[in-house]
Design a binder for this molecule. Structure first.
Ligand SMILES: Nc1ncnc2c1ncn2[C@@H]1O[C@H](COP(=O)(O)OP(=O)(O)OP(=O)(O)O)[C@@H](O)[C@H]1O
Length: 246
């Protein structure tokens, strides 16, 4: 589903380019659930934006669902973002003037062609996230956990082969985070979606099929995270980050 190889990406700093990804490789099989962990600022979100076609790497190749992202024109990229990937962010990005149901429907209406069962799908996914009774509420009338569930319903209702989630449980209490996590597992099961999810939480990572750690611009398999947790010094730059138990 995802074949990213030798990715380089640098942001432009005041004193020149600041490299974030340096020869990053990632392979994700169809239907696989991969958790990405790593110290703050190591480049996890940057990697996700590249996989989702929101930015282009300065070097390296990304193939997603048999598409080489470098070769896609603007229209094809737009279609890729509507039909192949769905994003879930830490800060829900719901439209405050639309109800929960309208927010979910909006994501489907952006697809071309719009799925014929868009309205039913919006209802189905709101039901799956446990919010059928609150479908007509505005985001401001929902708790943080409920808003996140609407945002997840909006993404998962698209039933794309790839779901990219950037710390979707970062703002939630433990119980709500666990419930939200199960929604991604449900998407994997029901839609066969591959899920790539960034987290700082070892319990969340433990639910994934595979855990990879991003440090010093590269990804490494990190099965120990699920067993031992993550223990990077708070605020440490990636170069000084601990590797955790072997
Ligand atoms: N638009 C930008 N311009 C310049 N530097 C940026 C920009 N966005 C991110 N960075 C820097 O690039 C590095 C990687 O950022 P990124 O958000 O990808 O890290 P992250 O691993 O997702 O962090 P966190 O876990 O804290 O969310 C950081 O040092 C960040 O300060």
């Amino acid at each position: 589903m995802v074949e990213a190889s030798d990715l380089s990406y640098a942001y432009q700093g005041t004193d020149g380019p600041v490299p974030v990804l340096r020869g990053t490789d990632l392979t994700v099989r169809g239907g696989e659930f991969v958790a990405i962990v790593g110290p703050s600022g190591c480049g996890k979100s940057t990697l996700l934006t590249l996989l989702g076609g929101l930015e282009q790497p300065q070097a390296g190749t990304i193939r997603v669902a048999d598409r080489d992202l470098r070769t896609l024109g603007a229209k094809e990229l737009e279609s890729f973002r509507q039909h192949v990937v769905a994003f879930v962010f830490q800060f829900f990005n719901l439209l405050p003037t639309l109800t929960a149901w309208e927010n979910v429907l909006l994501g489907l209406e952006a697809m071309v062609p719009m799925p014929r069962d868009a309205r039913q799908r919006a209802d189905q996914w709101l039901e799956r996230v446990g919010l059928a009774a609150k479908r007509d509420r505005f985001p401001g009338q929902l708790s943080g956990g409920e808003q996140q569930r609407v945002a997840i319903a909006r993404a998962l209702a698209k039933e794309t082969p790839l779901v990219l989630a950037d710390e979707p449980t970062g703002n939630l209490d433990e119980e709500t985070a666990a419930a939200v996590l199960e929604l991604f597992v449900a998407a994997q099961r029901m839609s066969g979606s591959a899920v790539v999810l960034i987290t700082h939480d070892a319990k969340i990572a433990a639910r994934a099929d595979r855990v990879v750690e991003l440090t010093r611009g590269r990804l490494h398999e990190a099965p120990w995270v699920a067993r031992y947790g993550v223990d990077w010094p708070a605020g440490s730059p990636p170069a000084q980050a601990g590797r955790g138990p072997a």
